[in-house]
Design a protein around this ligand. Structure first.
Ligand code: URA
Ligand code: CA
Length: 433
């Protein structure tokens, strides 16, 4: 087989066989196929697309390029949740204990990563003593015993994706549905869960700016998952404005605690229920999505979800008292209000720009080397559709530096007040096909 023939075949709209796709991914991972041929191939895919079968084969070829996690020692149906990324997305912190409280095993491998705020691990590390450096046996033991544990990324998962994603980044081939879908799904499948729930975001703060694009990506991922034997569902959700009120690590832990007590922000709660009910359904703990949602509400109301969060913190070395005393989480030195300059209704809160403002405070990493300040971030006091009076606070800045003029400027530029506006739709669709 020659790579040049496969590039030409795809360039001319042909369908690649399983063997051909394996040859490409294998050869590229080993370094036998050079970057210039791989980028020509990625560009051919960009223009010619891939069939469902090709997408599933590409995904599995990337899964098989490295280590895979074997969770078979954990009893029950392991359901993982993945979000395509947003601003102030606190759902994982809420969902993990929430579904674990229904005896669904949550065996989560998480990362730190770059972005507006830290990853799930950074957020959890805002809790004194909490750590994810546990060995694989302890991880499995904890999930079997208490249904929940989080471990840091280990092993060499999907090296083909790592290499291809970096190449796509510099060759104008990131924005291709078959390539994005197989990239994301390969990582989820290598991480070992039996079923996958996807939260595909749309809007200013998201990768997919329109609902149609988000739906197309969701369909692509759901069909890959189902084609390779992992039950998969997706929710299309709004990321035009940040989710919930909190954007920042300790602030989001506090927000998660509130939500587990049934007093969190409405949008965060609604999204957690939308994703959670799919997780419960796929784990075979309910016979319909409606029944699944009832069960989730029950463990919020009877306190079991909150208890599960405490147990989880304790198991991983943290001090569970923060759940009852969130004031013991890291606190920033300064709290600065950003008052509205006029009366009206909040019409726009540009998610990614507001996220960047939080990052400037130190809530997230701009580069791999940056250090996170777990205490800092933003609390939105208003969301789209809320009316506001001149002088009322739009946002509270939690900072460890006195001068935050840069952040205040960015906030004013990205929160628009108008005569009228309505809260955006939060859930645009459910993809179960
Ligand atoms: N996120 C990924 O992991 N892969 C892509 O291709 C795009 C976004
Ligand atoms: Ca939030």
């Amino acid at each position: 087989m020659r790579m040049v023939d496969l590039i030409e075949k795809k360039r001319d709209g042909g369908e690649l066989s399983t063997e051909e796709i394996n040859f490409i991914i294998d050869g590229y991972t080993k370094g036998d196929i050079p970057d210039y041929q791989m980028s020509a191939w990625a560009m051919a895919v960009f223009f010619q697309n891939m069939t469902q079968r090709e997408r599933a084969d590409l995904t599995m070829a990337m899964v098989n390029s490295g280590d895979t996690i074997d969770l078979s020692a954990i009893e029950g149906v392991k359901v993982d949740k993945h979000s395509t990324g947003g601003v102030g997305d606190t759902t994982t912190l809420v969902l993990a204990p929430l579904v674990a409280a229904l005896d669904i095993p949550v065996a989560k491998m998480s990362g730190r990563g770059l972005g507006h705020t830290g990853g799930t691990i950074d957020k959890l590390e805002a809790i004194e003593g909490f750590h994810v450096e546990i060995d694989r046996e302890e991880f499995v033991r904890l999930v079997n015993q208490d249904k929940i544990a989080v471990i840091g990324q280990t092993g060499n998962l999907t090296p083909a994706d790592k290499k291809l994603y970096a190449l796509r980044d510099v060759t104008g081939t990131v924005n291709s549905i078959p390539l994005i879908a197989s990239s994301i799904m390969s990582k989820k499948i290598a991480a070992g869960s039996d079923a996958i729930v996807l939260d595909v975001k749309t809007g200013a703060g998201a990768f997919m700016k329109t609902v149609d694009d988000a739906k197309e990506l969701a369909h692509a991922m759901v069909s890959i998952g189902n084609n390779v034997g992992r039950k998969t569902m997706a929710v299309i959700s709004d990321m035009s404005q940040p989710l919930g009120f909190a954007i920042g690590n300790a602030l989001e832990v506090k927000e998660a605690i509130d939500t587990l007590q049934g007093k969190g922000p409405k949008d965060l709660e609604e999204l957690c229920l939308a994703l959670g009910r799919q997780m419960v359904f796929l784990a075979n703990k309910a016979s319909s999505l409606e029944e699944a949602e009832e069960k989730l509400k029950e463990v919020i109301q009877n306190g079991k979800a909150l208890e599960k969060f405490k147990e989880f913190i304790k198991n991983q070395g943290g001090n569970p008292d923060v759940v009852d005393h969130p004031e013991n989480l890291p606190q920033a030195k300064y709290q600065i209000e950003v008052p509205a300059k006029e009366d009206g209704v909040v019409a726009e809160i540009v998610a990614d720009e507001i996220g960047t403002a939080a990052m400037w405070l130190g809530a997230g990493r701009a580069t791999k080397e940056s250090e996170i300040d777990l205490a800092v971030g933003l609390m939105l006091n208003k969301k789209i559709g809320d009316s506001v009076k001149k002088g009322e606070s739009l946002v509270t800045i939690h900072a460890n530096r006195e001068n935050v003029d840069d952040v205040i400027g960015k906030i004013y530029e990205n929160i628009r007040i108008s005569d009228h506006a309505e809260a955006p739709t939060l859930v645009y669709g459910i993809i179960t096909e």
